[in-house]
Design a protein around this ligand. Structure first.
Ligand SMILES: Cc1cc2nc3c(=O)[nH]c(=O)nc-3n(C[C@H](O)[C@H](O)[C@H](O)COP(=O)(O)O)c2cc1C
Length: 193
């Protein structure tokens, strides 16, 4: 059975978490297994440039990172989500991204089907620049990026400060559902005999 993982970069269980759940619920409708990982709550330290990833082919910092990297290696698709912090991803998500340097050398994310979700408090608060940063990460890993197929934009985009706002943000819900459906469709299509 195929599997798609949602990686939530917010330290909170609110807007970004909700939209990632929304996208994964759509994935499930295609009989694909899902797992949501709340990265922002885990203990993932920033890269300290010890270069063990180059010399030994693995990250040797002892925290929650290695169990997550094993999970994403096995996934067919990844949805990465972040709150907008100063027009970019959260520090928690960036720490995770930088720790994946060894995965690039293993081609571990190459050809995985991926997409992004971002939530900012303002209408033009940097949702697209945050998604662009996530897309850059996936491109540098050789992954295949998809957007929210029906509206043909960047992925799930929300405007909210608190949970009630995101639950009433129809555009956010629609684009996140569309992203989930598109990732599921491409995973099934590309894995067809
Ligand atoms: C440090 C910090 C920086 C922020 N920067 C922005 C920003 O640049 N643009 C924006 O629209 N919202 C910004 N916000 C607001 C959050 O993106 C917004 O509250 C979002 O809904 C949080 O997502 P969450 O509920 O998943 O944690 C910032 C919030 C924090 C804590």
């Amino acid at each position: 059975m195929y599997k798609i993982i949602g990686l939530v970069g917010s330290p909170r269980k609110e807007n970004t978490y909700f939209l990632t759940q929304t996208a994964l619920a759509e994935v499930k409708k295609h009989n694909i297994k899902t797992e949501l990982i709340h990265l922002g709550k885990l203990n993932i330290k920033p890269c300290n440039v010890c270069n063990a990833c180059i010399k030994q082919g693995k990250c040797i910092i002892d925290d929650d990172y290695n169990k997550i990297s094993e999970k994403i290696k096995d996934a067919d698709g990844i949805i990465m989500s972040s709150p907008v912090y100063f027009g970019g991803v959260s520090a928690q998500l960036k720490a995770f991204m930088d720790r994946t340097r060894h995965l690039r050398r293993e081609d571990a994310l190459t050809d995985k089907i991926t997409g992004a979700i971002a939530v900012g408090a303002s209408r033009n608060g940097g949702q697209e620049t945050t998604i662009q940063q996530i897309h850059n990460f996936f491109l540098i890993h050789g992954a295949i990026i998809v957007g929210d197929e029906k509206t043909r934009h960047y992925g799930g985009t929300g405007q909210a400060s608190k949970l009630e706002d995101i639950k009433n943000d129809n555009h956010a819900i629609e684009t996140s559902k569309n992203l989930g459906a598109h990732i599921a469709k491409v995973v099934l299509k590309l894995n067809k005999e």
